[in-house]
Design a protein around this ligand. Sequence first.
Ligand code: GLN
Length: 207
Amino acid sequence: MKVGVIGVQGDVEEHVVAMRRALAAFGLHGEVVSIRRSGIVPSCDALVIPGGESTTLSRLMLKEGIFPEVLEAAERDVPILGTCAGMVLLAKEGNEEVAKTGQKLLGLIDAKVERNAFGRQRESFEVALSIPAFGPEPFNAVFIRAPCYVSVGAGVEVLAKLEAEKTLKITKRECIVAARQENVVAVAFHPELTNDLRLHRYFLSLI
Ligand code: GLN
């Protein structure tokens, strides 16, 4: 098995290390590679789009010819995990901030994304997040200038939401922080920064 982490920008190395740890923990044989140019995505069995700066990520993925390869992989049902900036890129539609930057989205999840959804006060925070698909224990979720999905289509499974009272800026709207559409999974937090491997287990089970 070969897992590719899109490596043009962002916290790539953390994802490579976390994914290698997950493969070892689950007794899976395989390699984890960082992808900086075209030609590698087609040989991968699963892909990760890391956190970083979604405008830069999008621009570099287009420049390197990786962007269309990811779309093509999705058509072949290759599992794709996007975290934070990766979650932004997976969405179909963005808020005004996304429109302003003109960043191109992959559109693999029928969702509307709000970039930097939590405002200045809560640029980074941790929450014991309930994700029923991972079991009863909450997931220690680290959010760093995170996005959220404010609406999703009927084909999207919501895996976790933040409760309104737990955030400063979001008060009444939907604040979806983990979602899945077929083999594409998006989370607003950074699973590569904590030791909990349940998201990796969930994701790798899609292969
Ligand atoms: N705020 C960043 C963006 O929208 C994402 C931050 C992150 O990935 N940690 O691109």
